[in-house]
Design a protein around this ligand. Sequence first.
Ligand SMILES: Nc1ncnc2c1ncn2[C@@H]1O[C@H](COP(=O)(O)OP(=O)(O)OP(=O)(O)O)[C@@H](O)[C@H]1O
Ligand SMILES: [Mg+2]
Length: 254
Amino acid sequence: MSSADAIAVQGVEHRYGDVTAVGPIDLTVPEGEFLVLVGASGCGKSTLLRLIAGFEEPTFGTVRTAGEPPVPGRGAGLVFQQPRLFPWRSVGGNVALALKYAGQPASEADVDLLLERVGLHGVARRRTWQISGGQQQRVAIARALAVDNPLLLLDEPFAALDALTRERLQEDLRRVSHETGRTCVFVTHSVDEAVFLGSRVVVLTPRPGQIALDLPITLPRTGLAPDELRGLPEFAALRAEVGAAVRTRSEVSA
Ligand SMILES: Nc1ncnc2c1ncn2[C@@H]1O[C@H](COP(=O)(O)OP(=O)(O)OP(=O)(O)O)[C@@H](O)[C@H]1O
Ligand SMILES: [Mg+2]
């Protein structure tokens, strides 16, 4: 692995009892990459993300983040399908807690800055149930960004949102990840979302998840409006290529 690799997964296989969930997998992710993992339900995407976060230890092989074994709760911001906010704290209080936990300044201005970064204005004092599901997911992303670490791991963060909100959040996450330069690993079932967000898309086979396709996404990261990007012929071609890989692999398991 080179020193610039944010993540190095080598010969990794993970079993739950007799069931092999993922692997063997070799995958290196350079710093600043936006990697999207796509694959059928149960193919091991969340398992792979938990291995990278350090919540699981691989049965075989090694996982390194920034050259070290990952430590759970450190080194990576996490966003899940549900926002998992603390209901007894205000919106701003949830973000402030993440800042404090990371040993960083948590003034009102610091909190507001993070909320603004994910497109939220004037909601810091609200209770978490007084904002919409899409706004709650924005808070979850702000909270993950609060911790000053280089990795952002997102497990189907937009799956529960309506189509319009989902597109807005995709656009904002694409911008934020570019601005912050964080290395992202993003799990989704949506081929369109994968091509829109990723600088690289990896399609996994059905369980045990192995790499079926590893495709660089050669679309411009800046300078184009989201609609222009989605309208490019290259966008359609990449979507077709990823879609074909997902469908072929799903048929194998059927
Ligand atoms: N803690 C666990 N104990 C036993 N088996 C598990 C556990 N977690 C996951 N599995 C099994 O491992 C396989 C991979 O699960 P995983 O959750 O990683 O899949 P996934 O690709 O994230 O699926 P989905 O798209 O539905 O979220 C599945 O067959 C699942 O049933
Ligand atoms: Mg999952």
